[in-house]
Design a protein around this ligand. Structure first.
Ligand code: PMM
Length: 390
């Protein structure tokens, strides 16, 4: 569902247009509307699938600009880029700016505060009906560095992101329109960024598309002067880990890196996730081709296995972070005892489709047994086994 909505056969490249006079990475060269528009068009021609337009710097220590200033910077640029048929996102923490940007043609809201900075953001995005990036964030840039304190950075970021996801869903944002982002550099020191990059499969395992913004960040510039090459190397690794998109300043090298990462991922197969299995779920269903089966019903037995990342739940010892298996059992029995299908194949497909809607589930195996199927000979069981993934 998520993949369809946001279109991600391979990792996407989101090119950055910062319309700010003080952006640490472009020195304010794109402050001018014409120049910003030209840059947007150029990075699109270099392989950016999305153009992310922001009007407020979030570099460490930066102070905020007014909403009016922010809108005056981004809206005309978004209008022009959207008019050129480009997919544009708006990088903003303000609901009013999100609204104006979507009216100008933006198709995604990238909120680095994950809906925390502006209490109206989640309701506004729900109303606008566009996808939202919920980034992990603890405070505005002027004081975020002091909040870079973690015991277990991966577990804490996963849990804090889950809280933002729950808040978004509670405000009626469609879960299929949620993207998550670990927020590299935001209340994080280099070692925190690396720990999160090393655990991208766990973030991906939360079941939402993941956006990663490493481009030209301090933890890379501290390491090398060749920061665009460093960014592209990380892009290849992130793409191999299955992230939805990378947010970058120079799309050309990153578009190549995505090709490499995707080819790597395909060659190696997606990494095995943990497995939660339930076997022998029994109930009466009325599925079958024969009228007698439809009428009388018979016993069906179902085995299911769900692939997900159980790590965050294990660390927190928290049921909310994993798949509740009694819920799985009820989903299966609801489907078996519900609307009859002619074929066991169709029943198995429906069960798999139901289970794949559970957050964090990447792949399911479903086996439907029909041990009392009418047969002209003695037999002990007949079953259909399928595997489906998101
Ligand atoms: N980083 C910056 C700005 N916006 N948005 C998302 N979703 N993720 C990020 O990591 C992110 C962001 C800061 O970088 P910049 O000033 O170079 O754009």
């Amino acid at each position: 569902m998520i993949v369809r909505e946001l279109g991600a056969e391979r990792t996407l490249v989101m090119g950055i247009v910062n319309v700010t006079p003080d952006s640490f990475s472009d020195g304010g060269r794109f402050f001018d509307v014409d120049a910003a528009t030209r840059r947007g068009l150029r990075i699109a021609s270099q392989g950016a699938d999305w153009i992310d337009v922001g009007g407020e710097s979030t570099r460490p220590g930066a102070s905020r600009v007014s909403g009016e200033t922010e809108r005056a910077r981004v809206v005309p640029v978004i209008e022009r880029l959207a008019a050129e048929g480009l997919r544009v996102s708006v990088d903003t923490m303000r609901a009013e700016t999100a609204k104006a940007a979507v009216a100008a043609g933006a198709q995604l809201v990238n909120d680095v505060s994950g809906g925390l900075a502006d209490p109206a953001m989640l309701d506004t995005v729900a109303e606008l009906g566009v996808p939202i990036v919920l980034m992990h964030w603890r405070a505005h840039s002027d004081r975020m560095d002091s909040l870079a304190q973690y015991g277990d950075v991966v577990g804490e970021v996963c849990r804090e992101l889950q809280v933002r996801i729950d808040a978004a869903v509670e405000r009626e944002i469609d879960p299929g329109r949620i993207v998550i982002d670990p927020g590299l550099g935001f209340a994080k020191r280099a070692e925190h960024n690396w720990a999160l990059l090393g655990a991208l499969d766990r973030l991906v395992g939360l079941g939402f598309p993941v956006l990663v913004g490493a481009s030209r960040k301090r933890f890379l510039t501290e390491m090398t002067e060749r920061v665009d090459e460093a960014t592209a190397s990380l892009t290849a690794l992130a793409s191999a880990a299955g992230v939805w998109a990378v947010r970058v300043h120079e799309p050309a090298g990153n578009a190549v890196a995505v090709q490499i990462g995707s080819a790597w991922r395909q060659a190696n197969g997606s990494p095995e996730l943990d497995r939660i299995a339930l076997t022998g779920i029994e109930c009466i269903g009325h599925h079958g081709v024969l009228p007698a089966e439809r009428e009388a019903g018979q016993r069906f037995v179902v085995d299911v296995a769900l692939r997900t990342d159980t790590g965050p739940a294990a660390v927190a010892d928290d049921l909310d972070l994993t798949i509740d298996y009694s819920r799985v059992a009820l989903m299966v029995t609801d489907r078996v005892s519900g609307q009859p299908f002619q074929l066991v194949e169709a029943l198995a497909e429906a069960i798999a489709g139901d289970l794949l809607t559970l957050p964090g589930v990447r792949l399911v195996d479903v086996v439907v047994h029909k041990p009392e199927a009418p047969m002209p000979v003695m037999f002990s069981d007949v079953s259909v086994a399928i595997r489906r993934s998101r």
